[in-house]
Design a protein around this ligand. Sequence first.
Ligand code: HEM
Length: 215
Amino acid sequence: MQKVKLKHLLAVRWFHWINFPLLFLMIWSGTLIYWAYPIYSLGPLHFFPKWFYSLFNIEQRLAEGMALHFFFMWLFVLNGFAYVTYTVISGEWHFLVPRSRSAFRDAWHVALHDLHLRRDLPPQDKYNAAQQITYTAIILMGAGSLLSGLVIYKPAQLSWLATLFGGYQGARFVHFVLAAGFVLFFVVHVIQVALAGWSKYRSMVMGYDVVNADK
Ligand code: HEM
């Protein structure tokens, strides 16, 4: 017998889906700003080659990028704070934060299972160990983006915070790496959701999941 069970609380679903367009706008406007001084590259390989700027029409749009970045930053941060606060108060953090000593080993087994290199999965609650580590990391990455962003925004006033990142350029580097990390997370997250099937997506939209009656 199967039954319908609430999986994701309404507020969590709202925070999750509001975050999606906000993150997109932050990355987009950040790319407009990055154009002004694109220092990072891997040897001769540039992250955004010349044709990328022309194709997406992102040349000469620094002021617009800054205006959008500094506006949507407030909404991104407020939504993030509200999500974390709600997750703590509602107790949902118990499912999200990896608490078992074997979390990294379990996450490795989940990865091997996903790659069809291992048959069995370690026991899990709402999220598996790989999800717990990733979802916790994404929150810490959000905090890192905020702090490094503040340093870039007000480097003189927040010089004490800048020292934490090894100075202004260090904060800029961390900010850039975290933005790239968000893009990587997004790609892997969406692929995983697509592979996991319709029910996971539906539960993040509608809230409920269909489970065996004994659960
Ligand atoms: C098209 C975009 C996205 C889709 C389709 C999507 C889908 C989902 C689904 C289906 C789940 C539930 C997984 C499960 O029940 O096992 C989930 C959870 C989650 N997603 Fe996404 N997601 C998207 C974008 C994002 C973005 C941009 C972020 C953050 C940068 C994010 C962060 C999270 C987090 C932290 C959770 C756990 C939420 C909780 O229970 O508190 N997602 N997502």
